[in-house]
Design a binder for this molecule. Structure first.
Ligand SMILES: Nc1ncnc2c1ncn2[C@@H]1O[C@H](COP(=O)(O)OP(=O)(O)OP(=O)(O)O)[C@@H](O)[C@H]1O
Ligand SMILES: [Mg+2]
Length: 261
């Protein structure tokens, strides 16, 4: 199961990513959670203590490793560059743990456009294809609000996109753009999760306005989620109702992804 979670800024991507990672972990599955947002905060949502979170160096900032693996200095251009550097040891070495989850933080690559051949993006590209194609863990990728990763194709190779929306038009428009880009990447499974819905009318707003989408569940508005964010505690521990909702979403996903009999 390899999932990428996308959506407009602030809709609840990180919240959902942390809940799904914890639900799989609680079942005994090994999970790699990837924080692909330059403004990384998945560690906090998972309830990883700040001291430990601060020790996670984003992969794009591992200058020595980037140079050792690609043969070129980070930040350099046009130098000789190994395009398929070794990366299989990186998830073990550069991640934080919680339960059965390994959390990796990707960091930013300045100017890392589609055709960019700087050492940082060569390493990240190689790492992403290793994670998405060669690992047996459940992969959950928390994407940034912009469509950069999508445009760069970083998420090509995921089994499904989960697009998070809230009951408002703007997040629905973003969902349309994400679905288009995902189709261009050859990913035909796009699911929608509604977040912060307060009542049946909110949920209806989403289902009625997204006829072309498969809506697989809701993480309803939950004061405990807001409280967890304020106190810096894990959402999974703080909001049991949200955990039940996430578990249902996981089950819907598995039904959708299992081969048709
Ligand atoms: N179901 C919910 N109920 C109440 N508050 C929520 C819910 N989901 C998310 N929030 C709150 O909304 C804010 C944004 O959530 P979150 O960080 O998960 O969104 P995001 O899409 O990852 O944002 P960004 O685009 O900035 O990465 C947080 O303060 C979070 O606590
Ligand atoms: Mg986020």
């Amino acid at each position: 199961m390899r999932l990428a979670i996308a959506g407009k800024g602030g809709v609840g991507k990180t919240t959902l990513a942390s809940l799904l990672a914890m639900v799989y972990s609680a079942e005994g599955k090994r999970v790699i959670a990837i924080d692909a947002d330059p403004d990384a905060n998945l560690a906090g949502a998972l309830g990883i203590p700040p001291e430990q979170a601060r020790r996670i160096t984003p992969i794009s900032q591992l200058k020595d490793l980037i140079e050792e693996r690609t043969g070129a200095k980070a930040g350099s251009f046009g130098a000789y560059l190994k395009l398929n550097p070794r990366v299989d040891d990186i998830p073990d070495r550069f991640s934080a743990h919680k339960g059965n989850i390994r959390l990796m933080v990707l960091g930013t690559v300045k100017g890392g456009g589609a055709g960019c051949i700087c050492p940082e993006s060569a390493l990240l590209r190689s790492l992403m294809s290793h994670l998405l194609l060669e690992r047996s863990e459940v992969i959950i990728m928390d994407m940034e609000a912009g469509l950069e990763h999508l445009a760069r194709g970083t998420a090509a190779g995921v089994d499904a996109f989960i697009i998070v929306v809230e009951p408002g038009r703007r997040s629905l428009q973003t969902a349309e753009s994400i679905q288009k880009l995902a189709k261009d990447l050859g990913i035909d499974k796009c699911y929608v999760v509604g977040c912060k819905t307060q009542n049946a009318a909110d949920r209806l707003f989403i289902t009625e306005n997204m006829p072309g989408f498969e809506i697989i569940g809701f993480i309803n508005y939950n004061a405990a989620i807001v409280q967890a964010d304020r106190q810096g505690t894990g959402i999974y521990e703080a909001a049991p109702e949200a955990v039940l909702e996430a578990r249902q979403i996981k089950e819907r996903l598995e039904q959708g992804l299992s081969p048709k009999a």
